[in-house]
Design a protein around this ligand. Structure first.
Ligand SMILES: C[S@@+](CC[C@H](N)C(=O)[O-])C[C@H]1O[C@@H](n2cnc3c(N)ncnc32)[C@H](O)[C@@H]1O
Length: 422
């Protein structure tokens, strides 16, 4: 997909050779106002191992270095280079001839597109950034660090006026910062900062909106990634408080809506769900899939749905004990979620997003759209899981056709043991 609308940009020019592209990239990357460079799209190099590479300046031990994040279909790798050592990896990226290079400085966005016929198109647009050094390595490597005033964290009651974290809010502070780190990473992975328009983000089961406000604040005011954030929650009282809080933060453009996630009328690019209760997490995943969101970050909460229904003769000794049963149900539910997302075309990982001392519910499902849907091996695993545990996960009902179309496609026609799940 073309990353930028050229007609909307200030200037268009045709450049005859790659040397000038190289010069443009080097000038941007070495300028004091450099924010980010994204290399993506088809490449003409036979053996380019990555589908996207993002370069950004960070501060490490007081020194400005360039962080290169390399994304392939299965994993991502990050390397930091001091400025004086960054030329070889930059040359390498330019040599791969990605179809699109997007450069962001605090003053300009520059989009370079190389067509199939090797024509090089360049668009520029002035932007109204204030000259803030963009860095992920702020104090103690945190996106929203401690020890300096921050109006939004203060209004949320997380820090006091001189920037100290309130002792009772330490866990929330850590949760938010760890979530923000992963958010930036997934934005890059999904190519969202170079959409050429604000990223649409939906926070599902936003509750008191700590995360909603922090995401809006961090992306728009610190990382300088324009984002339109919306929070949805079924509880009218928490939404009323969230609106009040967002106004006190000066973030009146955040939208909130009272209602069930499944009924939200929005097509977000990125879906967030932090501890959305029980099947609310599934509703968030289903909504993301229905709206073809490019990425999902979901930290599930308590699970009840499968807990009442899982069964397995062989695992009776495990399921007999309440706590073991609960934990098994949690793991099975999340495994179903990760697998279902993979089947419908999301590259999916399950990670610990924060240390268990900050929350016992610390597993995150991180998913980025863009792998082939309906792969037979994953469909087979899914059907086998259903059969083994004797259940159909709620998520299958929530996703409906979008998932079942793949499950039925590969179902063997004559299989005596293939009982319907649940
Ligand atoms: C444990 S709180 C988490 C709040 C917030 N995300 C956080 O981590 O601080 C779960 C929230 O999900 C909301 N919720 C539960 N089911 C929901 C549904 N089906 N649709 C919308 N909100 C829901 C609840 O009202 C509650 O505010």
């Amino acid at each position: 997909m073309m990353m930028f609308c050229f007609e909307s940009m200030g200037s268009i020019c045709f450049m005859p050779d790659r040397d000038q592209v190289r010069q443009l990239v080097f000038d941007a990357v070495h300028s004091a106002d450099f924010v980010r460079a994204t290399f993506a799209g088809a490449t003409r190099a036979a053996r380019c191992p990555w589908r996207r590479v993002v370069v950004r300046p960070i501060e490490r031990r007081g020194e400005r270095v360039l962080q290169f994040s390399y994304f392939d279909d299965r994993k991502d790798t990050t390397h930091n280079f001091p400025l004086q050592e960054a030329a070889p990896p930059l040359h390498e990226l330019i040599a791969f001839a990605f179809a699109g290079v997007h450069l962001t400085t605090t003053r300009q966005e520059i989009d370079i597109r190389i067509t199939k016929k090797e024509k090089i198109l360049i668009g520029r647009r002035d932007i109204a950034f204030s000259p803030v050094m963009i860095t992920h390595n702020r104090v103690k490597n945190l996106p929203l660090p401690e020890g300096r005033p921050d109006r939004v964290l203060e209004v949320m009651g997380i820090i006091n006026a001189d920037g100290r974290v309130r002792p009772t809010m330490r866990a929330k502070f850590n949760q938010i910062n760890e979530f923000l780190k992963l958010l930036c990473h997934v934005l890059d992975d999904a190519g969202l900062p170079s959409l050429g328009r604000p990223v649409e983000i939906l926070d599902c089961g936003c509750g008191s909106s700590y995360l909603t406000l922090a995401v809006h604040h961090y992306l728009n005011n610190i990382a300088r990634i324009p984002a339109r954030v919306m929070g949805v929650d079924v509880n009218e009282e928490v939404i009323r408080k969230s609106i009040d809080r967002s106004l006190r933060c000066g973030a009146q453009e955040i939208r909130f809506t009272v209602g069930r996630i499944a009924a939200a009328d929005i097509r977000p690019d990125l879906v967030l769900a932090l501890h959305a209760c029980d099947t609310a997490t599934d509703d968030a995943l289903a909504l993301a899939v229905a709206s073809q969101a490019r990425a999902i970050l979901s930290v599930p909460c308590c699970h009840h749905d499968l807990n009442d229904r899982i069964d397995s003769e062989a695992l009776r000794p495990l399921l007999r004990h309440g706590i073991l049963r609960q934990r098994s149900a949690d793991l099975v539910t999340d495994a179903f979620r990760a697998l279902a997302l993979r089947i419908v075309g999301y590259r999916t990982e399950v990670i610990e997003f924060v240390s268990p001392e900050h929350t016992a519910r610390n597993l995150m499902i991180r998913a980025v759209r863009g792998v082939p849907p309906g792969e037979a091996s994953f469909v087979g695993e899914y059907r086998e899981m259903c059969r083994f545990w004797g259940v159909t996960p709620y998520l299958e009902r929530a996703m409906g056709e979008r998932l079942t179309m793949y499950l039925s496609q590969t179902e063997p026609t004559n299989r005596a043991t293939a009982t319907a799940c649940d």
